[in-house]
Design a protein around this ligand. Structure first.
Ligand code: G6P
Length: 584
């Protein structure tokens, strides 16, 4: 699971009824070198860790092992009563080897095994005393013919091979070996042997999980000729958008078909509000989407970070369509928000990329993004497909209300043209790279946008922060003079988003205000503005005004990408970040 972002890694294998454990606080590459000589082993567990409890050290890396060196555990998630459990173990005389919450599992399970319990029962028994989230896999060196996995809040998927079995936290790790998979549900335990598997609940009821076939192949996850995944995924966007639109546009009626929502025209008309919930870039995509929905359908719409929403005890509106947006479909905060909304009887749809993921299953209805696997931590093609899906939703909601057939057809045509227009922006990569190079020594940058340009600016700043580590701050153009203008000087470049709309005059005066204070300006626009307007002008084609923000985001990706490259950053795996944040 290297691609998800991690800070240490480890592996444990069984040989001659004994565990051999190797760990690295650097990269999986280093771990590979440390595993020389372990090739003969037939069962093992490995893990890439993203530190939550305890620093990124070798001791804190998983697998964790009990004192006798018999039980090894890997764990995703967070144990909330870890402090209490650690204290109990210390009282019993156990010497803890790490600062992690996860280690307690190895000791608890080992204690149950010592009392003669089967591994599966030992795991079950131990999990009863544990609060929090987990996706775990357990190996007992004395019983190397089986592995036990359990899930609560962190994904676990079994891969069924012929005479061999796999367990992972993401199907992308499995497709090289098998496309037959079984997704565990929360509260389920699985015992896996080379030739078979069975599942049951934590409280011992048998469950029956039929395998599903993953419709992705190993090549979808490979780099091909690209130097990194972010570059590949940026370039895949025309195709990815084409897939999102496929079969969903009705040119004759000037509308969209989103059958996965499961809503008939009457129900669509009954929606009085749309609220989009997500985290990180998914939240910004939601913000961009909400603006399009409001504009196209004249239905009040907004977006909010999922965790903020759930912790402020929101008033749940029965006439609101809530949408959980997530690339991975596993983001803990978004999933927990869906659960809370469903508990309150709200109508929640998903806008999710990974089919079979927890959020997709919990929502039960929604729009799949069809972006294909996204490996780079910084989201690009999934972000774009989120916005395209929201544009289709806006169109659909608009067409059951006051958006005329003619206007609807104009939007359909705009959407159909998007893949080609995106390709034209991607083709400008060399010119955008040249602009990025000129600003690579900046320590801070502003991203400025107004109305349609505002979510674009926010996502632009997010991209730059994530992969270049340059401090970037997004502001509404109108807010600039109410504070941030104090920071403008020749060392503070501003990226200003200027859509070709009725607010262009206002945006041009914002640019003048920045220039008057000596601030360098990079303009990203689809208007015919003169090249000498600013220090750099990046031009993209026009689509339709309502859809322009989608296209204006693409140069933001390329700008951040080339800047990060110039600075020699680890683009696909930025420090401290993870692709899929399955912890709170
Ligand atoms: C992490 C990633 C972000 C991503 C966010 C939401 O924080 O680093 O790039 O936008 O998760 O992920 P999701 O899978 O829910 O879209």
């Amino acid at each position: 699971m290297e691609y998800r972002g991690y800070d240490s890694a480890g592996i444990a294998v069984e040989r001659d009824r004994d565990l051999t454990v190797r760990k690295s606080a650097v990269r999986v590459g280093e771990l590979r070198a440390l595993t020389e000589g372990l090739e003969g082993a037939v069962v093992g567990i490995a893990h890439t860790r993203w530190a939550t409890h305890g620093a990124a050290t070798e001791a804190n890396a998983h697998p964790h092992v009990d004192e006798s060196g018999r039980i090894a555990v890997v764990h995703n998630g967070i144990l909330e009563n870890a402090e209490h459990l650690r204290a109990q173990l210390v009282e019993q005389g156990v010497v803890l080897a790490s600062e992690t919450d996860s280690e307690v599992l190895a000791h608890l399970i080992a204690a149950e095994v010592r009392q003669g319990r089967r591994l599966e029962d030992a795991v079950r028994e131990s999990l009863r005393g544990v609060e929090g989230t987990y996706g775990i896999v357990v190996l007992d060196a004395q019983r190397p013919d089986e592995l036990v996995a359990a899930r609560n809040g962190s994904p676990i998927v079994l891969g069924l091979g012929e005479g061999e079995m796999f367990i992972a936290s993401d199907v992308s790790a499995l497709v090289l070996h098998t496309r037959q998979v079984v997704y565990l549900e929360d509260g389920e335990v699985a015992t896996v042997r080379a030739g078979d598997y069975h599942t049951s609940t934590v409280d011992s009821r048998r469950t029956d999980r039929a395998p599903t076939t993953v419709d992705q192949s190993a090549t979808d996850f490979e780099l091909g000729g690209f130097s990194d995944y972010m570059d590949k995924e940026i370039q895949e966007q025309p195709e990815a958008v084409g897939r999102a639109l496929l079969g969903r546009l009705d040119a004759r009626l000037g509308t969209a078909r989103l059958d996965g929502l499961g809503l008939d025209p009457r129900e669509l008309r009954g929606i009085r509000r749309v609220k989009i919930l997500g985290c990180g870039s998914a939240y910004y995509a939601g913000q961009l989407g909400a603006a399009m929905i409001e504009e196209l359908a004249r239905v009040p719409a907004d977006a909010e970070p999922a965790a903020e929403f759930r912790y402020r005890n929101p008033v749940v509106d029965p006439d609101c369509l809530y949408i959980a947006v997530s690339q991975s479909g596993e983001t803990f905060d978004t999933l927990a928000t869906v659960e809370e909304l469903r508990r309150k009887g709200a109508r929640v749809a998903g806008a999710v990329n990974v089919v079979g993921s927890a959020i997709a299953r919990e929502c039960g209805s929604g729009v799949f993004l069809h972006a294909g696997p996204e490996i780079s931590v910084a989201s690009t093609k999934a972000f774009t497909n989120m916005t395209v899906s929201f544009a289709m939703l806006g169109l659909l909601l608009g067409r059951v209300r006051d958006l005329s057939a003619t206007q609807g057809k104009r939007i359909v045509e705009g959407l159909q043209a998007l893949p080609d227009r995106i390709a034209e922006v991607v083709e400008q990569r060399a010119a955008i790279a040249a602009v990025a190079d000129r600003f690579a020594d900046a320590e801070h940058m502003f991203y400025i946008g107004r109305v349609r340009g505002w979510p674009v600016a926010r996502e632009g700043a997010q991209k730059l922060k994530e992969i270049s580590y340059i401090h970037a701050e997004a502001y509404q153009a109108s807010e600039l003079k109410h504070g941030p203008l104090a920071l403008i000087d020749p060392s503070m470049p501003s990226v200003v988003v200027v859509p070709d709309d009725e607010l262009i005059g206002k945006n041009l005066s914002t640019i003048e205000q920045i220039k008057a204070r000596g601030g360098p300006v990079i303009v990203v626009t689809n208007a015919d503005l003169p090249c000498d307007l600013a220090d750099a002008v990046i031009r993209v084609p026009r689509v339709e005004p309502e859809l322009d923000p989608i296209l204006l985001t693409i140069p933001m990706q390329l700008f951040a990408y080339h800047l990060a490259r110039k600075l020699g950053r680890d683009i696909d795996k930025p420090r401290n970040l993870a692709k899929s944040v399955t912890v709170e």
